[in-house]
Design a protein around this ligand. Sequence first.
Ligand code: AMP
Ligand code: MG
Length: 333
Amino acid sequence: MGVLNVLGIESSCDDTAIAVVQDGRHLVSQAVASSAKIHARYGGVVPEVAAREHTMAILPVLEETLERSRISLSAIDAIAVTEGPGLLGALLIGVTFAKALGMGLGIPVVGVHHLEAHLYANALIEPIAFPALGLLVSGGHTTIVLWQGHGRLDVLGETRDDAAGEAFDKGARALGLPYPGGPQIERLARTARVEPRLRLPLANLGPESLDFSFSGLKTATREMVVAYPDRPGDIAWALEDAVVRALVKTMTRALTRHPVHELYLAGGVSANTALREQMSLLAARHAVRLHIPPVELCTDNAAMVAALGYYRLEAGHRMDMGASPRTNYPLGR
Ligand code: AMP
Ligand code: MG
């Protein structure tokens, strides 16, 4: 058997990304067009604008990916596409494009779950070691999973309201910073003075819960901005500290209950340096190996889609050509 070239397509939010991955493991090339700068004007992603930008970007992005890969379209063996969850109009562009391309080339198409795909950014570094715990922290989700094999994933806990990334985005807005807020908050937090620290409270969901709640941080940050208008750096630090503390506290609980030896981080927020540092310390305390994708594979990308697609194809999954995108696609079995 030769290598299997999978073309990954991602269009669930504001990034149009296409990548070629060999055998679910080797990233050959990727191209991305982001409409984030356009949405920044409105303080968040505008679904209709995102869909229109995907329409315009998808062909040039495919051409650029293939050009960089030096692999011709005829050498692509299969297509993997994000089926959901995400914005309907945005998903439709990727899914329709994938189906058309698959039919035209006469090759299989497989749909993948966007969050599960985020975890597979780690598969591009080294093969996934099971059983494992996964923490998905993105702009729309905060989810802890028990990961026992390819396709064998169970959700242990998730946010009851805002996602971790959303807490950064909304907090940034309260501080007058543009979207996406995470990187802005991280930068501003570095200017915080050491003493006296400002602190934001954590939600208490009870001693057993593996869930999260971040919506209270938005109001608390706003109140802090009013109370300390001259301390934006300290407020950014307080927000980052509160999000990181909540994630570490709940992951500690999850590891105590499910004592696995591998911990995988994924999603846009795992680009955060403070979170990476605190998770490393947590891993050391529990003698667990921590895996975090490189920053460029933490945010939405198509390499992770192709990587997961490879395993789904191997397991025999194929996309129903009549299927619509799955905007509310539950994760896990
Ligand atoms: P995703 O939904 O996976 O594309 O990730 C986007 C989310 O990650 C947004 O909410 C960003 O604010 C957040 N994000 C990106 N970089 C960072 C960072 N360095 N620190 C915290 N959050 C971040
Ligand atoms: Mg994402």
